[in-house]
Design a protein around this ligand. Sequence first.
Ligand SMILES: NC(=O)c1ccc[n+]([C@@H]2O[C@H](COP(=O)([O-])OP(=O)(O)OC[C@H]3O[C@@H](n4cnc5c(N)ncnc54)[C@H](O)[C@@H]3O)[C@@H](O)[C@H]2O)c1
Length: 378
Amino acid sequence: MGNTTSLARQVVGRLRQEVRRRYLEAGEAGWGKPAPGPARLLGPSASQSFRVGVIGAGPQGLAQCQGLQALRGVEIAGIADINPARLSTAGGRLGLPAQNCFEDAAQWLEETTPLDLLCVATTAPTHVMLGRVGIQTGAKRILLEKPIDVSLHEARGFVAECRGAGIPLAVNYSRRWMPDYRAIKRCIGKGVIGAPRSLAIILGKGELAMHGSHFFDLSRYLLGSEPEWVVAHLEPPTGANSRGANFEDPAGFCLFSFQNGARAYFDFSSDLQLKDPFLTIKGTLGRITVDEPRQFWTFQSRSQRVWTVPFVEAMKASTLFARVAAELLSDTPPASEGADGVAALEMILAAHLSHRRGHQPVTLPLASGEADLGLEFP
Ligand SMILES: NC(=O)c1ccc[n+]([C@@H]2O[C@H](COP(=O)([O-])OP(=O)(O)OC[C@H]3O[C@@H](n4cnc5c(N)ncnc54)[C@H](O)[C@@H]3O)[C@@H](O)[C@H]2O)c1
């Protein structure tokens, strides 16, 4: 009798394990959703054609254009850059005729038919200024590269102007469009790791605004909460910034505490040498890790087993941008709106403030005057 009971227990135990295994594995392709195909326009937009313009012909402007060229129904109406050499190289690589390449963005936008989407891929000090030219010349949607700007006052004002005019504004914090981070967010939402409490993001050697701000935005996205205070240590510059000597964008590390009690630690110190972002999200029941360069994520729930999920799509700027543009042109509400760009900018400025105040905690949101640091970053 005793043997039969113990056998029955074993069978029930194995069945439970099997059910749990199948439940977890069903999620591995993206938490119940099949891996997505290439980016494309959806709904009524799928049968329409759109004219898109890009300002800034640096590496990111080029990646944006390559993403746009992958979308059916999208025509690059033009690309603009104040640097003629950059403009001509980008035009050549994209196969754009000279009449679609412009040195004066404002003049081009005034003279051309209003764009369906204007993308700004210059460096941060001109993002809002050029976005405004877009609105004034009738652009129907605006995409600003991150960071949204260097001025919190200007960024907040622009978000309000776009809202007032009913113009969708997205900020390219691109991880929000990655199928894998979306799957991770769904996974957290389903409670697989319990309540997320602690996030550690070791970026490797990087810069606060250029790289750190991507992960500041990601922390808000994954934790579903707003930062409450920060303590930061930033390193003195060791040479001119590669995008211009006017830019100050230090390496360093910082700790944010969130309104829901969660914590996030970011390390982009220069002694980490390589840029190879690795992150861990620890919840009350389990944890998720993401290894970006090796393109996989793992999760561990209450059982001790670790589940490994390869990325469903390579992390490539142009591939991601195709997703951003496809969603915007399909009139899906932007995954990273103007307000998210403002929040990430506040996190950058608050980190600077904490460092300047001798690593004292700085409370968020920042008051307008407090945030006016006169800093330029790319
Ligand atoms: N979302 C992402 O994953 C991602 C990745 C890399 C860079 N970025 C962001 O994209 C932006 C551009 O990055 P980058 O590496 O190409 O920088 P970059 O400095 O190499 O290129 C910027 C280009 O903008 C041009 N420019 C500057 N002011 C202009 C103006 N007023 N009118 C027209 N052209 C102007 C410059 O001449 C330059 O060619 C930055 O804000 C950066 O933070 C985002």
